[in-house]
Ligand binder design. Structure first.
Ligand code: ADP
Ligand code: GLC
Length: 483
């Protein structure tokens, strides 16, 4: 099929979180399976210099934008056969220090930036010579495109308009803006109502996608169910229930070309499911790198995360204050809300020989942490899919996760299946429940045969993108067939 994927971030060119991993891998594996794939994404600052292979398209964008017009350029890159990237250049909008925010605050013109970007997506969908049959939108930054396609179909006679699939990676981010921003869309007022894009008087970009896409997906089956309920529906559970017949959860995959324990340029030592000795040396190397005592027999816990409330990092901080008094070590790599950054720095000061904290974003270190730790902590309040627990499984690092969303769908607790157990799950969202789960890990750690059983089960799990991309491809076919 001919598919145009649209996302505000995509690996290997831009990333703030799992959205980039997911879109980069989905596009790559769809193309590998023989589909024709285009990916539209912003040309952020620095990319021109980093990508000498970029070619300008002979196509100047000049789109209506409220009462004005905004111009832009398109640059293309074809990293592999069947896969073309279309980078939208709009310097004032996209050449910034970061993708969405600065010093913890969203850019004040995010409505302008992503309404414009959504318009570019639709413009490409409409005028690209290869005529995409389906547009796959990701998250609020592109969701408005679903309505723009529909409107152009109805009002401008776009008869060959593509089908639209929207994937929700995180319902907590909806792109809500003052009603006045709706004028930027140049859409008729009739869509600005509760059944359309309005949400309590505001413009809600994600709601536009949910209301008007032909198909909605989210990144795990459990999260697809959870978002139709009030506790995790973020105010949109009613709309999602109304559209439940087109809502499907597909678990993300792992790009094993990147996340591998053998021949991985980020890892000092390789290891395999048959020979885990390299994991032990990766652990020593990590302890050295972090300035922790090189202690092979002390269980080492780790986390790589955005420091946001979603991730339960406050619960984890409180649990670790107490648990680090015992015989264990902990390493954190993360960045985000200032109060959490300060909290974890203070934790490291309190336990200098047991806790190491690196604030920042560092892909290489994230691999070394995943490989060198014995246990991976992920106490999320909610988790649409979550990737690090799946990376941990492949790295033989036993995940400790809260039973929610994709964490529940990807980790197997001993209480579910003793033979296949590969991680520790806890239910309650509390410091006590997390501490108890950490204690279970401390009991498991010295029981080497059982620990190996967990590790080998985890490493043998297969979340390959071939499977996930095939699930998307067959969904696209079903939408096309109108089933
Ligand atoms: P989310 O997208 O909600 O942040 P995911 O688990 O889906 O959570 O994906 C997070 C991705 O971002 C993973 O690839 C993880 O390794 C990466 N990541 C998060 N924080 C950092 C960091 N500080 N440095 C490097 N990689 C990070
Ligand atoms: C979002 C979610 C995360 C998911 C990722 C990729 O950032 O928070 O759970 O894994 O998207 O789909």
């Amino acid at each position: 099929m001919k598919i145009l994927v649209a996302s505000s971030e995509v690996l290997p060119y831009s990333k703030t979180g799992g959205l980039a991993d997911m879109v980069g891998a989905l596009a790559k594996f769809l193309a590998r399976a023989g589909h024709q794939v285009g990916v539209v994404t912003p040309l952020y600052g620095g990319l021109r210099e980093k990508l000498p292979g970029l070619r300008p398209l002979d196509w100047n964008l000049d789109l209506p934008f409220g009462s004005a017009r905004v111009a832009g350029n398109i640059w293309t890159l074809e990293p592999s056969p069947g896969l073309t990237f279309y980078f939208i250049e709009q310097k004032a909008f996209f050449e910034r220090g970061d993708l969405y925010q600065e010093r913890g605050f969203d850019y004040p013109d995010n409505a302008e930036r992503f309404v414009f970007f959504s318009k570019c997506v639709v413009h490409l969908a409409r005028y690209l010579p290869w005529q995409p049959e389906l547009v796959h939108l990701h998250d609020w930054q592109t969701a408005l495109a679903a309505l723009l396609v529909l409107d152009q179909k109805l009002r401008e006679g776009w008869t060959a308009a593509p089908l639209v699939c929207l994937t929700i990676h995180n319902l907590a981010y909806q792109g809500q803006f003052p009603a006045a921003k709706y004028a930027l869309t140049n859409l008729p007022d009739s869509y600005f109502r509760p059944e359309g894009v309005e949400f309590y008087g505001l413009l809600n970009c994600l709601k536009a996608g949910i209301s008007y896409a032909d198909q909605i997906t989210t990144v795990s089956p459990r999260y697809a169910r959870e978002i139709t309920t009030e506790p995790l529906g973020c105010g949109l559970d009613g709309v999602l229930r109304r559209r439940q017949h087109v809502l499907l959860g597909i678990l993300n995959g792992v790009d094993y070309d990147e996340w591998k324990t053998e021949g991985n340029p980020h890892l000092p030592f390789s290891y395999t499911i048959k020979d885990l000795s390299g994991k032990q040396t990766d652990k020593s190397a990590l302890q050295r790198e972090c300035g922790l005592p090189e202690a092979p027999d002390i269980p080492l816990f780790g986390t790589v995360t955005r420091l946001a409330e979603q991730k339960g990092v406050d619960l984890q901080l409180a649990a670790l204050q107490e648990m680090l008094a015992g015989d264990m070590q902990f390493v954190l790599l993360g960045s985000g809300q200032r109060e959490y950054e300060r909290g974890y720095r203070r934790l490291a000061e309190r336990y200098p020989s047991k806790c190491a904290v690196q604030i920042g974003f560092d892909t290489g270190f994230s691999h070394r942490l995943e490989a060198g730790c014995d246990f991976y902590l992920m106490p999320s309040r909610f988790e649409p899919c979550g990737l690090n627990q799946m990376y941990s499984l492949r790295y033989g690092t036993t995940p400790i996760v809260r039973l929610t969303g994709g964490l529940d769908d990807s980790v197997i607790d001993i209480s579910e299946d003793a033979d296949k157990a590969d991680g520790i799950k806890f239910i309650e969202c509390s410091v006590r429940a997390l501490s108890k789960a950490i204690r279970k890990a401390l009991v498991l750690y010295p029981d080497k045969p059982l620990l190996r059983h967990y590790q080998r089960n985890g490493m043998a799990r297969d979340f390959s993108w071939e499977t996930a991309a095939a699930a998307y491809a067959s969904l696209y076919q079903r939408i096309r067939a109108g089933q």
